[in-house]
Ligand binder design. Structure first.
Ligand code: MSP
Length: 528
């Protein structure tokens, strides 16, 4: 059952280095989903932000000769610029160094102490600083490598508070049993087999060996473990435990709101095990869905600065535009699976889908309407010609399947359907040869019908592509002379909207790219 409202979150990013296309991937997909829901007139609250505490940041800042706050401020500013450039439509940007957030972490930690959810102990084990994760002897193996990122871990021994993970096991199990709570289910099984079935160990939730974190009020020697700190951003951003809890009540407490966390596969454990446990300890509602996406890999594995295989999104956007990069993310990497970034596939995807399929259809159709009908779109009439039926049926089917797939966050599959409709429309031009119809006066009605059907496909495809094509979609609607109301998602599927509109030719939407472009993208991948 679809709810009225949506609370959609990205993970909050570590400002420990500049953002790369992997970060942009995650945020863009959430943005596409948020924009789609808004287009459908749902109320949406879309959150992103930065996770600024922890040993990694403290160390990096020291190496850069800066205070941790100075260090993160600079990088956070760059993240914000990137989201502006990518036209990310977040409603808020939370920083874990915000007072509003620190207050929440301190206050919930006090409750954990009061309610006996945590106890003081001593941690002895392995710590992966880049992942800010604790591991046991068995998990790190003889080589002492982090099971998540493969980098060496350090032996740590320090006083800390432990969270009683077994206390909330029944709530956790209910969460796991609820259909759709963790998607894809393979991730759910992974968590069950690797962590729950072997028996959950209590989690160390404070640190005493460094100071860059949220101080625990009851025991100032301790700062909150960065993952506990970070997860609460989803509540602090809504004003939870503040003087104004309106957003919290509306988007978290109210069952009419659907809470969706979109995360990368590497952080599944924190979102599907510890986060539901922390929330259960506070007797709060759990998220409806944790959607786990795959990682964007390079030929030589995961993107990492040390390997020099990190690609910055900025030069790609500057050269190919924000729409192209956003489309590439949505379509090329199947949402939910890992994907590989290669310059060849990046260029090929833009050429094939945006330049050839969509761009070409728009340009051919508008030119023909101008040539044959002085730019006036003929009226769309259903069931006149048998050969128009394929478009009529497919247009209807595509709307339904697109919406069903988008609602289930099957974003890639949804856009495959839109591309299929455009493909069929291109073929429909070839099959109907309007240039031949135009030479035969008795075929004028057929020609009108073909043009009306093509304009309709362009218009509805543009509406479906709009959450991705944040700059070009409105241009196409301008070429079709649709006003704000007419281009609204709820109106644009009405077959009467386009009748008698005067089209204009406009610019080439997506110029065809070539081998020089492949070389350009390759040049971005070395020693960066
Ligand atoms: N700070 C934590 C998240 C805390 S959320 C309460 C963190 N930050 S991160 O900057 O390392 O990663 C943020 C998100 O970016 C994660 O979902 C991660 O999976 C995603 N990605 C980082 N590299 C990525 C790729 N190469 N590909 C796709 N997503 C990637 O984890």
């Amino acid at each position: 059952m679809t709810k009225k409202r949506f609370y959609i979150t990205t993970p909050i990013y570590y400002p420990s280095g500049n953002a790369h296309i992997g970060h942009a991937y995650c945020t863009t997909i959430c943005d596409i989903f948020a924009r789609y829901k808004r287009e459908r007139h749902f109320e949406v609250y879309f959150l992103t932000g930065t996770d600024e505490h922890g040993l990694k940041i403290e160390k990096n800042a020291k190496a850069a000769g800066k205070s941790p706050k100075e260090y993160v401020d600079e990088i956070v500013a760059k993240f914000k610029t990137l989201w502006d450039v990518m036209q990310i439509s977040n409603d808020d940007f939370i920083r874990t160094t915000d007072e509003r957030h620190i207050h929440v972490v301190q206050s919930v930690f006090s409750d954990f102490i009061k309610n006996d959810d945590v106890y003081l102990g001593q941690y002895e084990g392995w710590y992966c600083t880049p992942c800010e994760s604790f591991w046991t002897d068995t998990q790190v193996g003889e080589e002492h490598l982090c099971p998540d990122c493969g980098r060496p871990v350090q032996k740590e021994m320090e006083d800390c508070y432990f969270f009683k993970t077994k206390k909330y096991l029944p709530e956790l199990q209910t969460f796991f049993e609820k259909e759709g709570s963790i998607y894809p289910v393979s991730r759910k099984h992974e968590m069950e087999n690797n962590f729950i079935k072997p028996g959950l160990e209590d989690l160390c939730v404070s640190r005493t060996s460094f100071s860059w974190g949220v101080p625990i009020l009851e025991n100032e020697k301790h700062v909150a473990y960065v993952w506990l700190d970070a997860l609460f951003n989803y509540l602090s951003a809504l004003g939870y435990r503040s003087s104004n809890e309106t957003l919290y009540k509306k988007f978290w407490e109210d069952e009419e709101s659907e809470i969706i966390h979109v995360i990368g596969a590497d952080i599944t454990r924190f979102h599907t095990i510890y986060w539901p446990e922390f929330l259960s300890a506070l007797k709060l509602r759990l998220p409806d869905k944790v959607f786990v996406h795959g990682l964007l890999m390079m030929k030589d594995g995961k993107m990492s600065k040390s390997k020099g295989n990190v690609v910055s999104p900025f030069p790609l956007i500057e050269k190919y535009g924000v729409d192209a990069l956003r489309y590439y993310f949505a379509r090329e990497i199947i949402f939910g699976q890992d994907g590989q970034f290669t310059p060849e596939q990046f260029i090929e995807r833009i050429n094939m889908d945006l330049a050839n399929n969509y761009g070409n259809l728009v340009s051919r159709t508008l030119s023909m309407i101008i040539k044959y009908f002085d730019g006036i779109i003929p009226e769309y009439k259903e069931g006149i010609n048998d050969n128009d039926k394929i478009i009529e049926d497919l247009a209807k089917e595509t709307k339904v399947s697109f919406e069903n797939k988008m609602d289930d966050l099957h974003i890639t599959e949804a856009y495959i359907d839109v591309m299929n409709l455009l493909n069929v429309a291109n073929k429909y031009i070839e099959d109907n040869a309007p240039w031949a119809l135009a030479k035969d006066e008795t075929k004028i009605e057929n020609l009108k019908s073909v043009m009306a059907h093509l304009a309709y496909v362009i218009s509805i495809s543009t509406a479906m592509l709009k959450p991705i094509l944040v700059t070009k979609a409105d241009k196409v609607f301008d070429y079709l002379s649709l006003n704000e109301t007419e281009r609204d998602y709820n109106n644009v599927f009405d077959t009467k909207v386009l009748a008698n509109k005067k089209v204009s030719k406009g610019e080439v939407l997506f110029p065809r790219l070539n081998n020089d472009d492949v070389e350009f993208v390759k040049s971005l991948m070395t020693n960066k």
